[in-house]
Design a protein around this ligand. Sequence first.
Ligand SMILES: *Cc1c(COP(=O)(O)O)cnc(C)c1O
Length: 243
Amino acid sequence: MVKPEPVSCSITDNIQRVTQSIHQAALLAGRDPQDILLVAVTKTVVAERLRHAHAAGIRTFGENRLQEAQQKQESLQDLVDVSWHFIGQVQRRKIKDVVGQFDLIHSVESLEQARAMDKHADDMGITQDILLQVNVSGESTKGGFSSSDMLNALPEFERMMHVTVRGLMTIPPWSEDCETARPYFRELREMAHTVKQRDFQRTKMDELSMGMSRDYRVAVEEGTTIVRVGTALFGTRNPVEKI
Ligand SMILES: *Cc1c(COP(=O)(O)O)cnc(C)c1O
């Protein structure tokens, strides 16, 4: 049974606690804790606190708004060994600014969007790593490919030479109870497994981005490789803030 954990005002304490708890959950699940990347979700968190997080060992930051991310990237240029991930919806007119600025885009939600990214990456002479966001629960408020659209789209990704699909991402329906998320996590893992059997050349299915503050331990048990944790590290955000 997973209990909610206290959030202290010390970022360092929080990072230590979350890291330990990922570690424990991994060992209990017979997994190597090294196989799980903690992405610190820093939306609405000021740059100075990212510095503290970096000092306490965080190396990957996840942002969901481009402008906010750009400002922090700018003011934290001096930090070494930092990786930025984009985890939010990418608006059509922002695609060209997102491509090339983030090591991983978690939230690609349509073929059309991916094609536009491929084109911009081609223009820049780079290859962009992406995850396909899958709306496993089918909630109308959530973005992402439906499971069947994702599966049907895969052959198209083989033809895009400047984006590389590394795996899948999902956001389960919000719930007080972290166990609610488990079947969605499991389904995403099984989907990735199914895709792997198809032996695509370019498309990789080695990464699963699932698990947030409330349910990252459940996600670890279900095979996640990337957890996206905000509140458990930085405290509660402004309540109007939506994901
Ligand atoms: C905000 C956000 C998170 C982090 O949520 P917490 O519950 O604060 O850990 C994770 N993933 C996405 C896509 C988000 O927008």
